[in-house]
Ligand binder design. Sequence first.
Ligand SMILES: [Zn+2]
Length: 64
Amino acid sequence: MDLEEHSIESLPDRCQSCGATLTGAEKRTALERGGTPVLCATCAAEQAPAAENADADADAGTAS
Ligand SMILES: [Zn+2]
């Protein structure tokens, strides 16, 4: 039984952040990281250091 392959096939085909088409390697990395969200290599690299603030969209405004 190829459960791992099935899991990979069950992943979205696109990055959930930027919508780029994912490669097999990127899907496999996403599985190893926990499956969701599924990100391309670029977005995964950007998300990694900011994981604690994943839900914060404090990008607009309080700069003074
Ligand atoms: Zn992306």
